[in-house]
Design a protein around this ligand. Structure first.
Ligand SMILES: C[S@@+](CC[C@H](N)C(=O)[O-])C[C@H]1O[C@@H](n2cnc3c(N)ncnc32)[C@H](O)[C@@H]1O
Length: 285
C-alpha cells in the first residue's frame, strides 16, 4: 500500500477491537477523525497491504503492537512551550508552594520530556528544586526512552533557546530587565553532533514511566498535575474519565494544568475544579 488508503468506520472499529482484545489497550474513546488519520498514515509508513495485514501482525507480535502504539501517538512538544504559561507559573502560581516541604508533580503525556525539564529549570531558578518529586508518564515507550536521555538536536530546536531566554533570562517582575543565565547551567552542548543534553542533576530528579491514562488508576498524590495537549485527542467520555483520575490524584489544594487551548469547564467533572489565575489552570474544589 504505497499510497494513502481511505479507511471506513468498519476498518477503524476492527483496529480498535483488535487492540483491545489482544493487548487490552483501548482506543475506542480517542477522537475518531484523528485516530483514523493516524492509522491511515501507519499503513503507508509501515508499507502494509491493508488493514488485514496490520491486524494479523498485531495479533501475533506484541513488540510490533507497541511499535504501532508508538507510531500513532502525536508527540509534538517544545521546551517552554507557550511561554506565557511559564511566565505565569513563575510570576503568579509557583510561589504558592513556597512554604510546602514537598511538591509532588505529575507530567501526564510527557512526550520527549521538554515540558518536564522546563519545569525543573524553572523550579531551580526559584530555589524550589529540592522540594520537588517528579513523575512523568506516557504511553509511547520510544518517546519515554528519548525523554530519559534528555538529548535534543540544537539545529532542529533553536527555538528552545529563544524560549529559554524569554522565560528564564528575564526578571519576572520587570520584563525589561534580563539576567545572564548561561545555557551551560542546564545543558551540555555537543558541538560535533549538534545536540545538547539536559544535565544529570535535572535528569536524576524524574521518574519516567510507561502509563496509559485510559486504563490508569491512581498511583500517588500530587500538588500539581500537568496534562497539556493530551486530552485534545480524547472524546468527551474519556476526557471526563481522565480528569476524574486527576481529581482523585490531587491533594485537596492541588492544581491541574491543561493545554492553553484546552478546556474542561463543560465536562461533568469540570464542576469539581475552579479555573483560576490563567488559562488552563484549575484548582481542585
Ligand atoms: C502532543 S504530546 C504533548 C506533550 C507535552 N505535554 C506538551 O504539551 O508539550 C501528547 C502526548 O500524550 C501521549 N499520550 C497519548 N495518549 C496517551 C495515553 N492514553 N496515556 C498516556 N499518554 C498518552 C502521547 O504519546 C504524546 O507523547
Amino acid at each position: 500500500m504505497g499510497t494513502k488508503a481511505e479507511l471506513n468506520k468498519t476498518d477503524i472499529f476492527r483496529v480498535i477491537y483488535e487492540f483491545k482484545q489482544t493487548h487490552g489497550i483501548d482506543f475506542s474513546n480517542y477522537a475518531e477523525m484523528s485516530f483514523k488519520r493516524r492509522i491511515e498514515h501507519l499503513l503507508v509508513s509501515h508499507n502494509l497491504s491493508g488493514i488485514d495485514e496490520l491486524l494479523q501482525k498485531i495479533k501475533v507480535d506484541p513488540v510490533y503492537f507497541q511499535k504501532c502504539i508508538n507510531d500513532i501517538t502525536v508527540n509534538t512538544t517544545e521546551l517552554f512551550r507557550d511561554i506565557q504559561v511559564w511566565l505565569n507559573l513563575r510570576r503568579n502560581v509557583l510561589n504558592m508552594f513556597k512554604d510546602k516541604t514537598n511538591i509532588n508533580i505529575w507530567h501526564a503525556g510527557c512526550s520527549s520530556g521538554e515540558e518536564v525539564y522546563s519545569m525543573l529549570i524553572l523550579l531551580n531558578e526559584m530555589n524550589m528544586l529540592d522540594k520537588a518529586k517528579v513523575f512523568a508518564t506516557d504511553i509511547n515507550t520510544d518517546i519515554l526512552a528519548r525523554a530519559r536521555k534528555g538529548i535534543f538536536n540544537s539545529r532542529l530546536h533553536h527555538a528552545y533557546f529563544d524560549n529559554f531566554d524569554k522565560v528564564i533570562k528575564v526578571n519576572p517582575l520587570n520584563f525589561e530587565e534580563t539576567k545572564d543565565i548561561p545555557y551551560e547551567k542546564y545543558f551540555e552542548k555537543d558541538s560535533l553532533n549538534k545536540t545538547f543534553r539536559v544535565k544529570k542533576f535535572l535528569r536524576d530528579k524524574v521518574t519516567f514511566k510507561n502509563h496509559n491514562l485510559v486504563e490508569g488508576s491512581i498511583f500517588y498524590k500530587f500538588d500539581l498535575i500537568f496534562c497539556r495537549n493530551v486530552i485534545i485527542y480524547f472524546d468527551t467520555d474519556l476526557q471526563n474519565k481522565v480528569i476524574s483520575l486527576f481529581h482523585e490524584s490531587l491533594f485537596n489544594d492541588g492544581m491541574l494544568l491543561i493545554g492553553a487551548h484546552e478546556n474542561i469547564s463543560y465536562l461533568p467533572v469540570g464542576s469539581m475544579f475552579e479555573p483560576k489565575i490563567m488559562k488552563g489552570l484549575y484548582f481542585k474544589k
